[in-house]
Write a protein that binds this ligand. Structure first.
Ligand code: HAM
Length: 430
């Protein structure tokens, strides 16, 4: 038997109904914040990620699904969304249009990671990006957007962690300080951190190895090395958060595992999910990214949100999404007897009636296999039908049908032209 690859998952009904609901919520909240959807390729030139996410990050070094196409192009299934959006922003000359531009995206991301609860090789992500606003108001705006989604999904008690990792100007002295701090402990660092020490010492700060974690606990903080402008941005950012009543924790070790970040970095966590998967979303500023991809200097800020994690959290939270649910109408129409010309005329009526319901927006079904009355009533029950319409031989002979409310137990026989009106009248409560 061929199974789905490790770290991927099939979303089957009724679970898929939860996804539709979740995607509806994230789209709706994005709409309220005036973000527009952007749809981009699932694979890009590998160079896009190595140049922006960074050569010395776990994502690029270990986790990318990279392949050569038939003409030898070096391509990669996108491990994240920001680089692609920035690429499209530059490619389509959007910097010369009106700014800021606000985008959101939904889609699969691919990372060769060790699969565990809340961590997969293909995960689905919702992300937002704002281009052209260096203002800390935009940092707060994306954070409140993420929090509003969490709230809509019944997640109370989310925790916001923030930090600032400065700009390339303050990054230089900070890197030096980090290297000076880590060098005496070089033998205690894991192999990755040792090899990245001089090129990218910040990576040691988000290393997953327990020994590195213990070591970096006492490392210098980027906050002590911020240049004047970055410090001002950081102060203003926190002032706005406080002014709008968003509690936060400053986490000096938060650097995030992607190299394009500048200044603000943040993560929104929901502790009941447990340590491995508790980060619902992560994001930050990337003021140098557009320029790095050949565009003019345009600031950026955004986040990515893991949708599997949002669903896992939702199940444990206060407003679990109800999947599957019910159908509005099931039409029971068993096969005709000998005397009824096999019931062909009645069957045609069945199709017509079903279509009339569907065109009115009702979710309607019938049994195409035309099993017995008893079997079809069972089917209606299993589908949790609100109404059953019985189109039996007797009813049809008198040009009528019986309408039964499964919730309230009443049943009426009405002329066939009045079936739809009867159900509409009974409405949602019927
Ligand atoms: P990231 O932190 O790598 O950031 O991913 C964002 C979110 O995607 C995580 O917080 C997590 O919820 C989810 N996620 C990541 N990897 C996995 C996985 N293997 N399995 C399940 N969920 C996962 C980024 O990707 C940045 N592009 C975010 C961003 C946008 N920054 C600025 N703009």
């Amino acid at each position: 038997m061929i199974k789905s690859p490790r770290g991927t998952s099939d979303v089957l009904p009724p679970e898929s109904a939860k996804w539709i609901y979740l995607e509806g919520i994230v789209r709706e909240v994005a709409r309220r914040y005036n973000f527009d959807e952007i749809r981009l390729p699932t694979f890009e030139h590998s160079e896009l990620f190595s140049r922006t996410v960074g050569e010395t990050t776990d994502i690029v070094e270990k986790e990318m699904y990279t392949f050569k196409d038939k003409t030898g192009r070096d391509l990669t299934l996108r491990p994240e969304g920001t680089a692609g959006v920035a690429r499209a922003f530059v490619e389509h000359g959007m910097a010369s249009g009106p700014l800021p531009r606000k985008f959101y995206y939904l889609g699969s991301m691919f990372r060769y990671e060790r699969p565990q609860a809340g961590r997969y090789r293909e995960h689905r992500q919702f992300g937002v990006e704002i281009f052209g606003s260096p203002s800390p108001h935009s940092d707060v705006e994306v954070i409140t957007l993420a929090m509003d989604i969490a709230e809509e999904l019944g997640l109370t008690g989310t925790e916001l962690y923030i930090n600032s990792i400065g700009c390339p100007k303050c990054r230089g002295p900070y890197k030096e300080a980090l290297i000076a701090y880590l060098t005496p402990h070089i033998d205690e660092l894991c192999e990755d951190c040792r090899s990245r020490l001089t090129r990218n010492p910040l990576r040691a700060l988000d290393c997953k190895s327990e020994r590195c974690k213990a070591l970096v606990a006492g490392a210098p903080s980027s906050l002590d090395y911020l240049c004047g402008e970055c410090k001002e941005h950081w102060d203003r950012f926190r002032e706005i958060l406080t002014a709008v009543g968003i509690p936060y924790t400053v986490d000096k070790s938060l650097v995030r595992g992607l190299d394009y970040y500048t200044r603000t970095v943040f993560e929104l966590k929901w502790p009941p999910l447990g340590p491995a998967g508790s980060t619902l979303c992560g994001g930050g500023r990337y003021d140098g990214l557009v320029e790095q991809l050949g565009g003019p200097p345009v600031a950026g800020v955004g986040f990515g949100m893991g949708l599997e994690r949002m669903l896992l959290a939702n199940e444990k939270g206060e407003k679990p999404i109800q999947a599957g649910g019910e159908i509005d109408v099931f039409i029971v129409c068993p096969k005709g007897g000998e005397g009824e010309d096999k019931g062909f005329e009645r069957e045609a009526r069945l199709q017509e009636l079903a279509r009339a319901f569907r065109r009115k927006g009702l979710r309607c079904d019938f049994d195409p296999l035309q099993r017995s009355m008893k079997a079809q009533m069972k089917q209606a029950d299993r589908m949790n039908a609100r109404f059953v319409v019985i189109l039996g031989e007797d009813e049809f002979r008198s040009r009528s049908a019986s309408v039964r409310s499964m919730r309230h137990g009443w049943q009426k026989t009405v002329p066939i032209e009045e079936v739809l009106a009867t159900i509409e009248e009974a409405g949602q409560n019927g």
